[in-house]
Each structure stands twice: as C-alpha cells, then as structure tokens.
Design a protein around this ligand. Sequence first.
Ligand SMILES: Nc1ncnc2c1ncn2[C@@H]1O[C@H](COP(=O)(O)OP(=O)(O)OP(=O)(O)O)[C@@H](O)[C@H]1O
Length: 258
Amino acid sequence: MIIDIQHASWRRDQTTIINDISWQVQPGEHWCLLGLNGSGKTTLLNMVNGYIWPTTGSINVLDEQFGAVDLREHRKKIGWVSTSMQQRLHGHEKAENIVLSGKFASIGIYNQIEEQDHAQALSIMKQLDAERLVGRTYDTLSQGERQRILIARALMASPELLILDEPCTGLDIFSRDQLLHRIQSIAMQDHAPTLLYVTHHIEEIMPCFNKTLLIRDGAVFASGDTTAMVESKQLSSFFNTPVDVRSETGQRYSIRLV
Ligand SMILES: Nc1ncnc2c1ncn2[C@@H]1O[C@H](COP(=O)(O)OP(=O)(O)OP(=O)(O)O)[C@@H](O)[C@H]1O
C-alpha cells in the first residue's frame, strides 16, 4: 500500500486540527485532495512526509511505519512541490542545476555530477517542456516556468510518491492548462509515481486523478472515485452551498454557484 493512515488526529494548543482521519492509497491510484482554506490539507500532507507526528493514530507510507524508519532516507522517495519550496531555492542558481539538485534532495549542488545525471535532468526538462530554460537563472523565470522546474526537480529523484500542493497558484489559464497536461502525461508514463494533487479548484482535476478526498474541518468528509465525489449533490453538501457541477467530454469539470 502507498499510504495507510488509521485514525490519525493532530492537536495543537487544545485545538484539533486533524480529526480522526483514515485514508488508504493503493498502487495505481492518483488522488486529488479537495478542501477549502484551512481545512487541513497541508497538515495532512505534512504527516505523510513525516514533518509532523499524529497525536493519536498511525501513519504508514510506502510500507514504512513512521517511528521505525530513517525519515531522511524515507523523504527521498517522496517528491514535494509547493510554493514554500520555491522560496527555499537560490534565485541565482541555473534552472538545470535546480533540477539536478533534486537527485540529492539538497538545495544547492554539493555532489559529483555524472554525465548520466545531466542527461536525465535534460530528458525530464524536455518532458515538462522546459528544455529551453537551460542556462537561465531561477529568478528570471516566470511563475509557470518555475513550477515546471520544481516538478522536474522532484522527478529527478525518481520518487514513488509525488505531492503537488496547489501547483497552479499564480498561473494564467494557458500556463495552467499546459502544466495540467504535463502532470497528466507524468501520470500516464511507465513506472509513474503515485500523484497527490492538492487544490481548491475542481477545474484542475485531470482525468488521471481517479480518486478524490474531500476534507473539511480537519476530517474526511467523503472519499472515493472522483466521479462520485465531484458531482453536484456531493459537492453541494460538502460546501454547504448549492453548486452545479458539469463534466465535459474530455472529463474536465466545471462548477458554478446555483
Ligand atoms: N503549527 C500550527 N499551529 C497551530 N495551528 C495550525 C498549525 N498548522 C496549521 N494550523 C491550523 O490548522 C488549520 C489547517 O491548516 P492547513 O494549512 O492544513 O490547511 P489547508 O487546507 O492546507 O489550507 P490552505 O488551503 O489555506 O493552504 C488552519 O486553521 C491552520 O491555521
């Protein structure tokens, strides 16, 4: 099993932030995590990555029981793309070096780079339509280009699990669509990592996300097949507001308030 969370809760200063969450992710599934601001998505993913520990309950990720595993080694199997990651990178670094650094899970490059590492970095950049960014420093890249470089960096370590935390933040509709199609193509390739995609926007749910977790007030509101989760009745009750959800032929969703 990729993720097996049993009755996990996390309390901070007498507040329950994660409340009795149980969630299982099987190989071959790609999950979308949908929830409003402050619903607990990032906190839940921090648990998956071992950054925080549940107050009660158990977390098992990639068949490793937390508490019995070297977390530094463990995290190498998990790619993480988020805006907070962007802020930790050095702006003067070249795009390809940022991608390469993903192999060592480091911010700069301190290791010997082999020719095959360069080739791998280039091939991943190509896959993300980012090969023309070779030679450019990170601080000169647009938001959309930075996101592609960050995803390439995460893929460099051949992760088993790839967490994409609101990767389309700040992107215009064209860059957003382009990035979403790249993400879809990552999911379709051989030996693809399991994807966890966090968003507020159901329009971003690509066909590869066959499972969806609806999270509200730190608890699982519902989870299961995306087709059953992302539909008018379910989401109206999830948002406590009537919404009309449409699914286009290409299996992309749209939503409007009724
Ligand atoms: N270390 C902490 N101490 C106290 N409260 C926290 C801590 N971390 C998170 N919270 C609170 O827990 C709740 C859930 O936060 P979290 O960041 O997980 O939500 P989210 O669903 O990722 O939100 P967003 O979509 O806005 O990023 C919020 O109310 C937040 O203020």
